[in-house]
Structure formats: C-alpha cells, structure tokens
Design a protein around this ligand. Structure first.
Ligand code: PLP
Length: 390
C-alpha cells in the first residue's frame, strides 16, 4: 500500500473527499509533494503560517528548546522560561488590561477556557453568540458555533446559549443580567470574511458593560497581522475582556491562549482551585516556536505589506464568474456561484500548482489566506492561475 492508501485505511476520515496529497516538505510560501512538485500555498495551513512555512528562526528556536527540555510538568506549576517569555511578549503588545495569559493546546481549548472563565467570574450561566460563528469543535465551542447543520448531530449541547446575527441589533438587545459573556469573532472567518460594523461593536461593548457581561473576542484566525494590524480589533476601536488566540500563535506548532486581566484570571485560582487544567497546554517547544515567529513577524515588518498585497489580489481577481470579494487584509473570500464551481477551480488550481481551500459556512467562496510573506510576483502568479481555472 502506498502512503495515500495507508492514510485512507488507517486514519480516521472526516472529509468525504480528502485532498490526499502527500506533502514531504514545506518552506516559505511553498509545499512540496512526494513527486517533488511545488505548490504555492494560498492558505498557510488555514491562517497558521503567517511567517511562512518553517521560518529559519522558528526552526532554530524549536531545536534549541528540544535540546533543553520537552514536557516536564502539567500547566502552571513550574517556571518554564519559553512560556513566561512569550506571555510577557504578548502582554507587551496588547492593551494594558490584557496582561495575563493562559496557554492551551488549541484554539478550541482557548474557547473552552474563556467560556469557563466568564462563567466563573460573573457567576452567571448564559452566553450570547453569533450565527455563522466558528470557535472550535469541542462540545462547548460547538455550542457557541453558529450553524445548525454543523452542530445539530451532537446535541444536547450547552444550555443557555443564545445565537443572533452578527452586526444585528437583536444581539445587542439579547445581552441581559443573566449573560455571562458575549463571544464573537473580531472578523467572522468561516462565514466568508464578514467585518463588524464598528458602531455595532461599540454598542455590544457598551451593553456588556451596562449588564456586567464579559466580551470575548476570538482572534484565533485574525491575530498576528492577518488583517493588516497585529490584532484585528485595532481596526474597530473596541477591546475585549477576554481575547482568544491560536493558529499563528504557535508559529506552526500547536498552541492556543486566552488572555485577560490578572483580576479576572485570578478567579481560576479558587473555588475550585485549578479552575482550568491542561497537561500539554503551553508546551515549551510550542511557546519557543511561537515567540520566534512573532518576533520574525515584527522584525521583518511583515504586517506593513498586508494592505498592498490585499489590494493587488483585489485588483487582479476580476472575472465575470467572480461575484464579489470580501476581505480584511490577507483574509479573503472570493465568491463564485456555488460550491461546485469552487471545488472545480480548486481542483484545477492544484494541477497548476496553486493550493487553496473554501470556507465552512460560505462554501461558494474560495479562501485566500496565504503566509504574509507571499510576494507581489507570487500574488500575480496565483491570480493568473485562478483566472485561468475560472
Ligand atoms: N476560532 C476561530 C475563529 C477559528 O478559525 C478556529 C479554527 O479554525 C478556532 C477557533 C478553533 O481552533 P482550533 O482548530 O485550533 O481548535
């Protein structure tokens, strides 16, 4: 059996039609398959590889940490310098009140930890969430996800979760004295890149304050320069009480985090003690990798180029089959007529050495979220291929 057959035989399959390409190497903006064919990567591991695949500084930091120690103890007991240094670096680049970091294994676990923290801090049980939102796939995260098709088979879910449309006044009105928190994506990703109306977001913030509810903003996909600012919320002038991070946070290694104030986080230390427990959360190798990646992102000024790269994609992707483009930095949804068209274009683009994907709740859109290191020439090439495939 070849590796593709072994993959299909021995690995749990969730996709009815997995891409099934065997990748043997990834570097910068390219993936290389078992036959040595190179693919320009337009999705960067789904918004993970913001500094490119295997950035040399990230690989070096991983090797250095591997030589020092791997897992030594569950989260939060021993002083592990990669965790401490990265937590400080994150706090140094966040608004003053977001100064306390809980590292997790994944984005979904960050969502779980944040929902628990909001309930514990407020003493309330109810949660306000958005339709077409995505916050992860564990049961708590699935309960706040905003799409019935994807969550219905896994009921019963968390009670007391109320979904409203993003950008709707109903959501603002739905926040009341029973609400522990509102959870929303700063920019909705899987919905096909939907930006918040800044006025609406301000009203959500105000209503949370009036009602004593916490505001959780999910920047798992929008953080680390993806939108053209280091954090997506910088575009909209609204700050969360709890921030969710993941994906690019680990520089290609698994890592998530929920970040809040020391005062709010403190509530996880008592009644019960150990308010959130994880064995591997904040793995030292992941933290070393993530910190090196964030340093490269800033030192190489990768965020500065995002707006011009977004503009070039928008300028070049003009075709009568393209019904619209929704974007926030290098998180872009290119709308076609239907999912069949999207899959057909993606399949053809792959043959032409360009790798991309679609969105969970906007299956009629092509996802474009390349490493922020993509060059202008590579954007020109990618667009010429996509237009040809259309
Ligand atoms: N939140 C958002 C906005 C996401 O895009 C994702 C993953 O796609 C998650 C949460 C879940 O992260 P993970 O897959 O690491 O659990």
């Amino acid at each position: 059996m070849n590796n593709r057959a072994l993959f299909l035989r021995y690995m749990a399959q969730t996709s009815p039609a997995p891409i099934g390409l065997e990748i043997v190497k990834a570097s910068g903006n390219y993936l290389v398959d078992a036959e040595g064919k190179k693919y320009l990567d337009l999705i960067g591991g789904i918004s993970v590889c913001n500094t490119g695949h295997c950035h040399p500084a990230v690989v070096e930091a991983i090797k250095k940490q591997v030589d020092a120690y791997l897992h030594i103890m569950v989260y939060g007991e021993l002083v592990q310098s990669p965790q401490v240094a990265y937590a400080k670096m994150l706090a140094d680049h966040l608004p003053a009140h977001l100064n306390c970091v809980y590292f997790t294994n994944s984005g979904a676990e960050a969502t779980e930890g944040a929902l628990k923290l909001a309930r514990r801090f407020t003493g309330r049980g109810e949660i306000v969430a958005c339709n077409k939102s995505y916050h992860g796939n564990t049961l708590g995260a699935l309960s706040v996800m905003g799409d019935e098709y994807w969550r219905n088979a896994f009921r019963p879910l968390l009670p007391g979760v109320w979904h409203y449309d993003y950008n709707s006044e109903d959501l603002v009105a739905g926040i009341n004295e029973r609400t522990a928190c509102v959870i929303l994506e700063t920019v909705q990703g899987e919905a096909g890149v939907v930006k918040p109306d800044p006025e609406w977001l301000r009203r959500v913030r105000e209503r949370c304050d009036e009602m004593g509810a916490l505001l959780i903003m999910d920047e798992i996909q929008t953080g680390f320069g993806r939108t053209g600012r280091i954090w997506g919320f910088e575009h909209f002038g609204v700050l969360p009480d709890i921030l969710l991070l993941g994906k690019a946070l680990g520089g290609g290694m698994p890592l998530g985090a929920f970040v809040s104030s020391g005062e709010i986080m403190q509530s996880l230390t008592h009644d019960p003690v150990l308010g959130h427990i994880t064995t591997f959360g904040g793995h030292p190798v992941s933290c070393a990798a993530g910190m090196a990646s964030m340093k490269a992102l800033l030192d190489e000024e990768l965020i500065d180029g995002v707006a011009a790269k977004e503009a070039l994609f928008r300028q070049l992707l003009v075709h009568n089959k393209i019904k619209g483009i929704s974007s926030c930095g290098l998180l872009m949804a290119v709308k076609l007529d239907c999912n069949e068209d999207v899959l057909r274009v993606l399949g053809k683009a792959l043959v032409e050495s360009v790798f991309s994907d679609w969105f969970l709740f906007a299956s009629d859109c092509i996802r474009i979220a390349p490493p922020l290191t993509i060059t202008f020439d590579e954007i020109r090439y990618a667009c010429s291929v996509l237009l040809k495939c259309l």
